[in-house]
Design a protein around this ligand. Structure first.
Ligand code: ADP
Ligand code: ZN
Length: 436
């Protein structure tokens, strides 16, 4: 089944024509409604009339996460506030999160993109589908939720946490589909094994996994342990949220909803566009978004666009799995974490030297984060034999980290000079997770 064959199976010529028309319109729209873009285009001596076909896109400026941060909170919003019906936020680097406002039409487009994904996975009206991405400011939960309602399956808004209860619900309700991070799927499998729920007691058959990188080995393990078929779901909040692209039953790359999000691959160093098939940084232009349209947004995700047709009948271009990032962002339990966020917390507390290390691991399929920080000599000397003071400090740091990162970290305070100095570029992160 294909949700919207008119859009998912267009000929290449029709698609290019549609993209060109939409690009012209969106450039016109941001030119008139977002001073940030108007100034950028004026600086480059461009007017919306210079952008007529999709090939003209290379003339346009890039947008980065820093631009979003510098214009916090609503600087890049194009629609008037009265038209915005929902606001999500994604973790930023240091300081401000990225705020994304959606109009009613945006939510409709997003739901349809999610419905396209679910249909490609084989989810339909008869399914009982658990959304186990976090609900809240993160786009995963509500984004997937709207799509499940659109296809007409019964949505179980389980969110994350409370895993034992969730496992029992999966068994008792006969839940057939689930959307969550691949690492949460493994954690769920583990929990089920612990409480004695076996594969033959549950009806799970489809998993929509994303929000973090995963591998074929992880896919095989999840499929084996939960007895389902796992599909990739990709997205980012700046562009929309989950379902910017999705795997079909051929499972050979993920189809991009390119009538709404135009993809390019660039060399992240020279910023030159790369030909189809080459790996580089993925860049998206939103072609229909009203709330916060973005021109040539640099995702920092590394992948390639795949040439050629797909056996499923869809003609939309596919992307390979994300193979890495062109920045230092970590994804821990599905949450974006930048080492610079930890740094800003450490530097804001006078007790610490500017020496820290993030140790990331995966224990029982759950990501863990430990932050090691060095005490300043004066402070170390003063508190050396007052464990209560050290405990209080550790707790204060842990609280601050939790509020900035949105996940909890174990804190280890170190004596001065205890964190190993590296030659050259300092090592801020040790990631022991094996993408098995
Ligand atoms: P979301 O709410 O969709 O997770 P965020 O903005 O919080 O959006 O995070 C987006 C980032 O998560 C992407 O830029 C990418 O690095 C990562 N990501 C999302 N889905 C996938 C996926 N299927 N495979 C690999 N990485 C993914
Ligand atoms: Zn396909």
């Amino acid at each position: 089944m294909i949700w919207n064959p008119n859009k998912e199976c267009m000929s290449r010529d029709e698609m290019s024509a549609l993209q060109g028309k939409r690009l012209h319109k969106i450039v016109q729209y941001v030119y008139h409604n977002v001073p940030f873009y108007r100034h950028k285009l004026q600086e480059m001596d461009l007017t919306p009339d210079d952008i007529r076909t999709i090939e003209d896109i290379v003339k346009l400026p890039y947008t980065t996460k820093k631009d979003l941060r510098d214009n916090y909170p609503f600087g890049l919003q194009a629609a008037p506030q009265s038209e915005i019906i929902r606001i999500h936020a994604s973790s930023g680097t240091t300081g401000n999160p990225t705020i994304v406002g959606y109009t009613r039409k945006d939510i409709g487009v997003w739901s349809e993109c999610m419905a396209r994904s679910l249909t490609a996975y084989g989810v339909g009206r008869d399914d009982i589908f658990s959304v186990s991405y976090g609900y809240g400011l993160f786009t995963g939960g509500l984004g997937a939720h709207n799509g499940v309602e659109m296809v007409g399956a019964s949505v179980v808004p389980a969110s994350t946490g409370n895993t034992e209860k969730h496992a029992k619900l999966i068994r008792d309700l006969g839940v057939t589909g689930i959307a969550c991070t691949p690492s949460y799927a493994l954690y769920l499998a583990e929990t089920m094994e612990q409480i004695g729920i076996t594969k033959d007691m549950i009806k799970l058959r489809v998993g929509a996994f994303g929000a973090e990188p995963w591998t074929e080995n992880m896919r095989a393990e999840i499929e084996e342990r939960l007895g389902l078929k796992g599909f990739n779901l990709y997205g980012l909040s700046e562009i929309m949220g989950p379902s910017v692209s999705y795997e079909c039953r051929m499972q050979h790359g993920s189809h991009i909803n390119e009538d709404h999000f135009y993809p390019e691959i660039i060399n992240p160093v020279t910023l030159e566009p790369l030909p189809k098939g080459q790996t580089g940084e993925l860049v998206f232009t939103t072609l229909t978004k009203e709330g916060m349209p973005l021109l040539r947004y640099r995702t920092r995700d590394l992948c390639a666009l795949m040439p050629g047709e797909c056996g499923c009948g869809r003609t939309s271009v596919r992307m390979t799995p994300i193979s890495g990032r062109s920045d230092d962002m970590l994804i821990i339990r599905g949450i974006n974490v930048f080492p610079s966020q930890v740094e800003s917390v450490v530097l804001s507390m006078k007790e610490f030297a500017p020496r820290y290390l993030l140790v990331v691991d995966r224990i029982n399929n759950l990501d863990t984060l430990e932050v090691q920080v060095e005490l300043r000599q004066e402070y170390f000397t003063a508190t050396f034999d007052t464990p209560a003071a050290i405990d209080e400090l550790r707790k204060r740091l842990a609280d601050k980290l939790r509020s900035v990162l949105s996940i909890s970290a174990k804190v280890q305070l170190k004596a001065p000079n205890a964190i190993e100095r590296s030659q050259g570029k300092s090592v801020r992160v040790i990631d022991n997770r094996k993408l098995k």
